[in-house]
Design a protein around this ligand. Structure first.
Ligand SMILES: [Zn+2]
Length: 291
């Protein structure tokens, strides 16, 4: 049985602002063809737990929210569709593989290692298995995001996109900051290349005003999703928010902690500020209700 790959939650038309959140790594539904010797506990460490729930109130404030249902260890929407090492494929894919540093670390489109030294699969996936994952889950997710951003951009003349993630409180050997403790929040805008400054400043100020530690682009500058969709000179702004899991959950038990509801409210307050910023920024003559 194939699962539905994503949900796109939309605001009511008269309240819509051109702001889209996407949560590519919070899915937990494994399609039936998934099989791995790795324990579910280890697989869960790659899960951006509860991120889609933390941002859910954004929809009632006027934003759209896209969330993947499939896990990122099955196929990763935050990678280029050709970020595959051909040596990890049984057979030949119908495109030229262009493995990046993500694939080199075992975290390409199709994950090679669950954790350092722990392979995801006993034998390489076949080319057909990989193409099925691309066609059934990866591409529809990107098509939904593309279409929503396009609709909003056409209607309002500008669109803002936030790619939502969470991170372990400390990186491991597959991460670029192995062993280092991380701040509460990491904002990524490709070192200032994917998003206008005013928008990211609202986010940074909001988190800091509530007492959270925030860094920009260290250790994460933002992944494929924001680089693929950003075009600031054409009023398409994308940035990434990484939330330290220790802020809102017990990382060992995979359960919300005592701060969860407060943090969710803080994100809701932040979204309200962002929607106000966007309503001020867009041409008022364009802010007509859309479907
Ligand atoms: Zn993530």
């Amino acid at each position: 049985m194939k699962i539905k790959g994503f949900t796109l939650d939309l605001p009511v038309p008269e309240n819509t602002v051109p702001l889209v959140f996407d949560s590519p790594h919070s899915g937990t539904e494994f399609p039936d063809d998934f099989s791995s010797p790795v324990s579910s506990e280890k697989l869960l460490t790659a899960w951006d737990a509860f991120v889609e729930d933390l941002w859910a109130p954004a929809v009632s404030q006027g934003a759209s929210l896209l969330k993947a249902h499939f896990p990122r260890v099955y196929i990763d929407p935050n990678r280029a569709p050709d970020d595959v090492d051909a040596r990890d494929v049984d057979g030949t894919l119908p495109f030229t593989c262009k493995p990046t540093v993500y694939s080199e670390r075992g975290m390409g489109l199709i994950r090679k290692f669950a954790l350092p030294g722990i392979p995801m699969y006993e034998t390489p996936l076949t080319a057909k298995q990989i193409m099925d994952r691309i066609d059934t889950y990866y591409t529809p997710y990107h098509t939904a995001l593309t279409e929503r951003l396009e609709t909003l951009h056409q209607t309002f003349g500008s669109v803002w996109h936030i790619d939502c993630h969470s991170m372990k409180s400390k990186g491991n050997a597959m991460n670029i900051d192995n062993g280092q403790p991380r701040p509460d929040i990491v904002l990524g805008d490709g070192d200032g290349t994917t998003c206008e400054e005013g928008f990211i400043a609202v986010i940074e100020d909001s988190f800091r005003s509530k007492g959270y530690s925030v860094s920009r682009n260290v250790p994460y500058k933002g992944g494929y999703l924001i680089r693929h969709y950003a075009a600031p000179t054409r009023n398409r702004h994308s940035m990434q928010i990484e939330i330290n899991r220790a802020v809102y959950m017990d990382e060992q038990a995979f359960k919300p902690n005592n701060h969860y509801q407060t943090f969710k409210q803080d994100l809701s307050d932040l979204t309200k500020e962002l929607c106000a910023y966007i309503r001020d920024a867009i041409d008022p003559s364009l802010s007509t209700p859309i479907k």
